[in-house]
Design a protein around this ligand. Structure first.
Ligand code: PA5
Length: 475
């Protein structure tokens, strides 16, 4: 699979005119290596159960070795392993329903959405069931408090509401509810409301209700209690020591991914390969160390504290949004932390492009490019009606035009002295996505250690919740 490895090219940023000499990354190498050793030690300490110094609390380093652990367990325990159980639940649901409503917010939702947009057919939900390989449609909810959207979902389920008793699988739906704490208001509210609809669709007292609800949560808490009271037999756990935004390669992301029909073993294999690469490759050849080092140097030397993730094509927007959350919640603390911003090109060249070309010089562009398409290239084609002037490009294929746009944009940035780097993905397979997600999680914790900010925990998110609850209680 080595040809399927992602790579990082910083050459569009490592230029003397940007204040960066080719040697600068090598100069930073001792610091990066010492932070890598710390991140590896964090994972070891976490697995050993401590001891953890006060300065390191919280230490939610459980995500790091999780892919390796799940794969090992699968090899040893086969059908009894968590991977096999997740797959079995996903396959059971796929056989029983045509839509899975996945409830969750933040880290309990964004990873699954990223996987769906990157790896599934772009019109997965619109395809007839057979063209979806009989996998359910996936609808995300519980990620906001939007009345009309929820009403809209009721309309969508209308054909199914009252029909979970129907013999036609195309009419049936189920709920996957994901919340580590089990008490997040957005998700809990949506779950209460949709559970009643699901109950109504099954008919009173139907024992299958419990089979049509699959929770992913902690080992205790309100959701766990509710699921137990419902009689749900398959309750998946968000492992201890794995924070929400680091949980995509736990049941939180793996269960929805398996329901969509993605290969979760390949996802985990990709992440495990990234772990090995991170642990062993030297600075200059290590995507995690190099990406972190260049971002850090550009921020400290040139004031580039806006990290622009420039995705090319449509399928990586949700990966970018997942990363926006990861970086913001992990390092946006103590009035520090770079500002992530995902753009989707060429779309956003027609909206944000002006600012990125001529606005403040506070941005480092990281392009994400994809080597090969899944489908045959579409050709522009010759037309007898050449009023659009496109016959000159008649033999061009869409990937050629996207490539020209990518190169043209980066040239324009370069000509105006604006730094760019590129994270190259050979394709959008599960194996590659596993690498990318693990790489960005490792880079985030590595940077935290480099700048002295604990990348775990999100104390700032509590403030709004406290106020909202007080307002709701009328205090
Ligand atoms: O990264 C995080 O920890 C958060 O974004 C959480 O995932 C989010 O707040 C949802 O929390 P929970 O899974 O407890 O409902």
């Amino acid at each position: 699979m080595s040809s399927d490895l992602i790579s990082y090219d910083p050459s569009g940023a490592v230029l003397p005119e940007y204040g960066l000499e080719p040697d600068d990354l090598a100069q930073l190498a001792p610091q990066l290596e010492s932070c890598r050793a710390e991140v590896l030690e964090d994972a070891r300490l976490w697995a050993a159960g401590g001891p953890v110094s006060d300065a390191k609390v919280p230490l939610d380093a459980g995500f790091h070795q999780l892919p390796d652990r799940l794969l090992r367990e699968h090899q040893r325990h086969g059908a009894d392993s968590e991977i096999a159980r997740l797959q079995a639940t996903a396959d059971r649901l796929a056989g029983e329903v045509d839509r899975a409503v996945v409830l969750g917010i933040g880290g309990s939702y964004m990873g699954a959405r990223a996987l769906m947009e990157a790896c599934c057919h772009p019109y997965h939900n619109e395809l007839p069931r057979a063209a979806r390989a009989h996998r359910p449609r996936i609808t995300f909810e519980g990620n906001n408090l939007d009345n009309d959207f929820l009403q809209g979902l009721f309309d969508l389920l209308e054909g199914s509401a009252g029909e979970n008793v129907a013999s036609d699988v195309g009419q049936r739906w189920a709920i996957v509810v994901i919340s580590k704490s089990g008490g997040t208001l957005e998700t809990a509210t949506a779950f209460r409301i949709l559970l009643e609809r699901l109950r109504g669709s099954c008919g009173a007292g139907d024992p299958r209700l419990a089979d049509l609800v699959v929770p992913v949560t902690g080992t205790s808490g309100k959701l766990f209690d509710l699921a137990s009271a419902l009689g749900c037999e398959e309750i998946y756990q968000v492992p201890d020591g794995v924070g929400g935004r680091y949980s995509v390669l736990s049941a939180v992301g793996l269960l929805p991914a398996a329901i969509m029909g993605l290969d979760i073993i390949q996802l985990l294999e990709g992440a495990a390969a990234m772990n090995e690469h991170f642990r062993t490759a030297a600075v200059g050849e290590n995507v995690v160390l190099d990406y972190t080092g260049i971002c850090h140097l550009m921020e400290t030397r040139r004031g580039c504290d806006v990290r622009l993730l420039s995705t090319w094509g449509k399928q990586l927007e949700a990966v970018g949004l997942w990363y926006d959350q990861l970086l913001s919640e992990s390092l946006g603390k103590q009035e520090r932390g770079a500002m992530p911003l995902t753009v989707v090109n060429t779309r956003d060249l027609h909206s944000r492009g002006q600012q990125h070309q001529e606005g403040k010089r506070d941005k480092l562009v990281t392009n994400i490019t994809v080597g090969s398409n899944r489908r045959d290239p579409v050709v522009v084609g010759h037309s007898a009606m050449d009023q659009d002037g496109l016959n000159q490009f008649a033999d061009k294929r869409l990937p050629d035009i996207l490539d020209a746009a990518t190169r043209g944009t980066n040239q324009a940035y370069h000509d105006d002295g604006r730094p760019t780097t590129t994270l190259h993905l050979p394709n959008l397979s599960e194996y590659v996505l596993g690498q990318v997600l693990q790489m960005l999680m490792l880079a985030t914790v590595l940077e935290g250690r480099l700048i002295g900010i604990n990348p775990y925990g999100q104390p700032g998110v509590e403030a709004y919740k406290k106020n909202m609850n007080a307002i709701l209680r009328g205090q």
